[in-house]
Design a protein. Structure first.
Length: 317
């Protein structure tokens, strides 16, 4: 093999049309559909990886830069995205649709037998992620049923925990959808806090918040009550993260907390619906169905709670 392959074989979120392709698109001059043999595709914690398997086959894309210098820049960009904790860089031979064999770099999963890796089909797509599809639909159904059958109540009222715990768990699960999205967009190498900060300047994320028109919330830091986060706005994802932190750290048990979690579910759910509909590789029909009016929580919330529901500030740790 040559010392410096100009192509990189990608099979996950860096593929054309996938969530992270925009991270490398400007560096790529040619994209070819391709496959590699002798490998099999797996998914571990929502992230795809490949490993050597006799008789295996994986389909993906060859990303090629126009110059050796450009190929080096592209390679460093992909290395930064993937990191070296989950993947190791190796050379492979990829076959294009025209039958050409091309030497390329590929990123092979480390410790493939560790964790909860599951065999996958020959080709991966974020559009098939169960958390983005069935998981988000389940969250919608639980939240809709909650708004239609439950009213906010004080923590000392009988039935509070029966009503509150389901939406608490629903919100924590909803936040994992955001965690999965940011891991695929910005790369698994980054810590969750770094990925969250990246959303502040991400045009697609900012536009999704604006389009969702989330219910307003204000969250204050219990360590310094002068600090606060608001939604909607550019700090929306930070505000929703602070709500998540309250639930998993100090907990919530007050009337205002009940309403705050409700409003956060509506805002984050609808924002993610619009963001994923825009970013996932979906057909036009699937995109319209994914983020249609009947899939949004805000109209249901407005009908069940009234359009002018407000909440007092709460704190986060």
């Amino acid at each position: 093999m040559s010392d410096n392959p100009k192509a990189i074989f990608v099979y996950g979120s860096l593929r054309r049309g996938e969530l992270a392709h925009r991270q490398v698109a400007a560096l790529v001059s040619q994209i070819d559909s391709a496959e590699v043999t002798g490998y099999h595709l797996y998914v571990r914690d929502g992230l795809p990886f490949i490993d050597k398997v006799r008789g295996g086959l994986v389909r993906g894309d060859l990303l090629t830069a126009s110059t050796i210098e450009g190929a080096d820049i592209l390679r460093r960009k992909v290395q930064t995205y993937e990191g070296d904790a989950l993947y190791s860089e190796q050379r492979v031979r990829a076959r294009t649709e025209t039958g050409d064999e091309v030497e390329a770099w590929a990123y092979i999963g480390r410790s493939p037998s560790s964790g909860n890796a599951e065999p996958h089909e020959q080709q991966w797509s974020s559009a098939d992620d169960p958390l983005f599809r069935g998981g988000l639909d389940g969250i919608f159904a639980i939240a809709k049923r909650h708004f239609e059958t439950i009213r906010p109540m004080p923590a000392d009222m009988q039935g509070f925990w029966d009503a509150f715990l389901p939406i608490q768990g629903t919100y924590l699960t909803l936040y994992t959808v955001l965690e999965r999205y940011t891991a695929l967009v910005f790369g698994p190498r980054l810590e969750p806090g770094e990925r969250l900060r990246s959303l502040r300047g991400d045009r697609a994320a900012v536009d999704a918040v604006e389009a969702a028109k989330p219910p307003s919330i204000e969250v204050r830091d219990s360590r310094d009550p002068r600090k606060r986060k608001l939604a909607p706005g550019r700090s929306s994802f930070d505000a929703w993260y602070w709500v998540r932190s309250n639930l998993s750290h100090r907990g919530k048990a007050a009337y205002t907390d009940f309403k705050l979690v409700e409003r956060s579910i509506v805002g984050l759910h609808d924002t993610l619906r619009l963001l994923l509909a825009d970013q996932l590789p979906l057909t036009d029909a699937a995109r319209q169905e994914f983020a249609g009016d009947d899939r949004m929580l805000r109209p249901i919330y407005a009908q069940c709670r009234g359009p002018r529901v407000t909440t007092r500030p709460t704190t986060t740790n």
